[in-house]
Ligand binder design. Structure first.
Ligand SMILES: Cc1ncc(COP(=O)(O)O)c(C=O)c1O
Ligand SMILES: N[C@@H](CCCC[NH3+])C(=O)O
Length: 439
């Protein structure tokens, strides 16, 4: 079994994270429970930042908060000197509530509303990543109305087919995101934006996809961006001050995954960007990246209590836990794979193969197929690793399951950072037919 960060087995044979026994965590905070290894998040953040510093490249490492957006996480990102990528009014609101430095907030999204753009301008955030012509026009007219200026990046799709699941591919030409670089849309967008007085086009943004294990896609994207930037420099003297190469760096969920260390992803990409800048005699732009998964993914572990079991003779053993697709939709959505151990019997050898079912009323609500485990009893504790990215962030109340609590652990201390939803929370927005209200 592969243990990430500070995870290890203690003298009692229990899984321990951040110096705390997970059996104690489950007792204190209940299950399901998301547990974050804060030291590992800090290590990952420092890894990215130091790589740029060592390469002496001006950079911003923006945490893509869509991976896991909560006030505490945004505060942790600030403590580590990261910038922040938000993708909705809600994520921006969370960042503002966390008092995150506004000038380091970058706002993404393929359909930002007027209200969201006004909110971004009102709070004078660092940069808006403009995705399409509609948004460009809308943003310009809002700037005029509010008599405010803003910095933008243009999100472009370089026409790269990264090797990952189709649903998390974003850089190919047939994508809902961005201006196409090949068919002239990106150039039209740039020309238009340059005519807007209140809009300062800092540069280009591209994100080729998520959970990517090679640097080839990033390098190809950088080449395509530079080819165009060179054309634009020649044609109308435009020079990009910033190049945002997005996130998408893969992590190890199971033994099938072989990611590069973050530093290596960055170093290889930067080498290429430096070479391209030199080749085209262009100034080296400031490089921004926006990792989400690779900052928080392997720092998260979900603890579940095991409940029922069903045997389908000669086929399989289903073992059910007290959560499922409501707290981790990734297996159902992307056929994502995970590893897990019995947290209270972590040293015991596997003596059966079981499939871990969630408790939702949905046959597809399976968390792990064919997992070798010691023979478990109800009330044993299952720890599923690597659930830190897009777990809590994509959690939902299907079947009216309350969303789990989130705990940060570090140096032997546990801090509750999101409380568990209650049944009361679940009906908080409901309006009874028996209640008289003024609509
Ligand atoms: C524009 C953009 N930036 C950053 C990310 C973060 O990706 P990841 O969590 O794979 O690093 C995403 C998600 O794919 C994205 O769409
Ligand atoms: N939600 C996806 C990643 C999407 C990335 C955002 N563009 C996942 O869980 O893997």
């Amino acid at each position: 079994m592969y243990f990430h960060g500070t995870s290890k087995v203690n003298a009692k044979g229990h899984l321990e994270i951040g110096g705390i026994d997970t059996v104690e965590l489950a007792k204190k905070f209940g299950t399901p429970l998301y547990v974050y290894d804060v030291a590992l998040i800090r290590e990952r953040a420092k890894g990215f930042k130091l790589t740029f510093e060592n390469l002496k490249v001006p950079a911003q490492v923006a945490y893509a908060s869509k991976a896991f957006s909560t006030i505490a996480m945004v505060q942790l990102a600030e403590e580590e000197g990261l910038s922040l990528d938000v993708v909705s009014g809600g994520e921006l609101y969370t960042a503002l509530a966390a008092d995150f430095p506004r000038e380091r907030i970058h706002f993404h999204g393929n359909n930002k509303s007027r209200e969201e753009l006004e909110m971004a301008l009102k709070h004078e955030i660092g940069c808006i990543v403009v995705d399409n012509f509609y948004e460009l026009e809308l943003l310009n007219s809002i700037c005029e109305e509010m008599k405010m200026s803003t910095k933008i990046l243009l999100r472009v799709t370089p026409g790269i087919e990264a090797h990952t699941h189709d649903y998390i591919l974003t850089g190919q030409a047939d994508s809902k995101f961005g201006f196409d670089l090949q068919n002239g849309q990106a150039e039209d967008a740039l020309k238009k934006a340059l005519t807007f007085e209140k809009i300062d086009v800092l540069g280009l943004h591209c994100h080729i996809g998520s959970q990517i294990f090679e640097t080839t896609g990033f390098i190809l994207a950088a080449k395509k961006l530079f080819e165009k930037l060179h054309e634009w420099k020649e044609a109308f003297s435009y020079e990009s001050k910033v190049l945002n190469l997005g996130g998408g760096f893969g992590i190890r969920y199971t033994a099938e995954d072989e990611p590069l260390p973050a530093a290596q992803y960055v170093a290889e990409i930067i080498e290429e960007v430096k070479r391209l800048a030199e080749h085209y005699s262009m100034a080296m732009p400031e490089i921004w990246i926006e990792p989400g998964r690779s900052l928080v993914g392997d720092a998260g572990t979900t603890l579940y209590k095991i409940g029922s079991r069903k045997e389908v003779p000669d086929v399989r053993q289903y073992v059910a836990v007290d959560g499922g697709m409501s707290d981790n939709i990734r297996p159902a959505l992307y056929q994502a794979k995970y590893e897990a151990v019995l947290a209270n019997r972590a040293l015991e050898k596997a003596d059966e193969t079981v499939s871990i079912a969630g408790k939702c009323c949905e046959s597809g609500d399976m968390l792990i197929w064919d997992l070798p485990l010691p023979k478990s009893d109800s009330d044993d504790l299952l720890a599923v690793f690597c659930t830190g990215a897009y777990g809590y962030a994509m959690a939902n109340n299907y079947n009216r399951l309350p969303r789990p609590a989130v705990v940060f652990v570090e140096n032997g201390e546990a801090k509750l950072v999101v409380r568990r939803e209650t049944y009361e929370d679940l009906i908080r927005m409901d309006i009874s037919l028996k209640q008289k209200i003024n609509n």
